[in-house]
Ligand binder design. Sequence first.
Ligand SMILES: *[C@@H]1O[C@H](CO)[C@@H](O)[C@H](O)[C@H]1NC(C)=O
Ligand SMILES: *[C@@H]1O[C@H](CO)[C@@H](O)[C@H](O)[C@H]1NC(C)=O
Ligand SMILES: *[C@@H]1O[C@H](CO)[C@@H](O)[C@H](O)[C@H]1NC(C)=O
Length: 322
Amino acid sequence: MRFAPQPSAQLRLIACLLLTAGVTASPAVSAGCPDRCVCDDQLVVQCAGQHLTSFPVNLPLATRQLIISNNRIVELPPLALNYLSDLVYLDCSNNSLTEVSESTFGNLRKLAYLDLSFNTLHRIEDRTFGPLSSLVMLRMTDNPGLSVIHPDAFAENEALQVLDVSRNNLTFLNITSLIAQPGLRSVGLSGNPWSCQCDTEDLSLWVHLESFKFQGATVCDSPADMQGRRLGEVGIQLRTLCHQTLGSWDYLFFVFIGFVIFAAGTVSAWLMGVVMVLYERYIKKKDDQINLENEDEGDETGHMSRGRKDRNNRSLQTSFTV
Ligand SMILES: *[C@@H]1O[C@H](CO)[C@@H](O)[C@H](O)[C@H]1NC(C)=O
Ligand SMILES: *[C@@H]1O[C@H](CO)[C@@H](O)[C@H](O)[C@H]1NC(C)=O
Ligand SMILES: *[C@@H]1O[C@H](CO)[C@@H](O)[C@H](O)[C@H]1NC(C)=O
């Protein structure tokens, strides 16, 4: 990433080297330079502000820095880009890019700096930056329609130190994978229409707890009662607000369950009572029936004993009634 202070001197030097050493440079290096671009001996290809509408062709394969900013390029062709496996620095800012995907950067394992600012990206999918294992700085600001960044978009960028997603159209950012990045030291979130509701609680608390990492004023845009408040200041409020809501639902649930248990208990007790009463009546009826039957039987077989008993009973009754 060094910039040659005296390009003419450097050029002369490399010319001398090439002349004296013969053509020792690899074919990749001597493959020429794209139209309207300037290629130097430091393997820097500079194509900024050249009214390009497509990705430059005929790039030296050993290119380490590629600057294609301030053009109207609409697409980064994965095939052409991924030949540049030595690329360390890629500036695509201020173009008309609408899409980047996992295959766009599939082979750029040495890339440390990527700038996608001032484009027209709409969403960043899972693993878009996954192959960029050396990525240290990612600038992706000023994409006015960029409203979705997948939770795992940066999950594999363990070298990431600086992330700037300022001035996009983000209302929400899932920080689960970002918060786990060990080296992350600067995050730009300002100028997005943050929606400060319960799902933004984690982000707010992160901004609150590690405010030194966050650049610029980051404020809520919605809901109405949160508008204009700093993102880092609403975290605590969201925490109580959102968990209280959850708690009251829990309480409601417990009250409901309690009522159900109470009602079930009452109903089953009543049912049991009814069953008991019916059963008792049934038993009584059966006993009476058996007694009647026994009496009938007694008339025929146990005549004597029963007759005596009955007589005793009757004498008892008469003595009582007297
Ligand atoms: C974007 O590039 C155009 C030229 O293509 C230039 O006029 C404009 O100032 C640039 N905008 C930014 C924000 O750099
Ligand atoms: C930003 O997102 C909102 C929806 O969240 C959408 O209505 C609006 O059109 C978007 N803005 C731009 C510039 O795309
Ligand atoms: C963030 O993403 C993770 C994994 O994709 C998910 O488990 C979690 O619920 C998400 N958090 C929010 C607040 O949506």
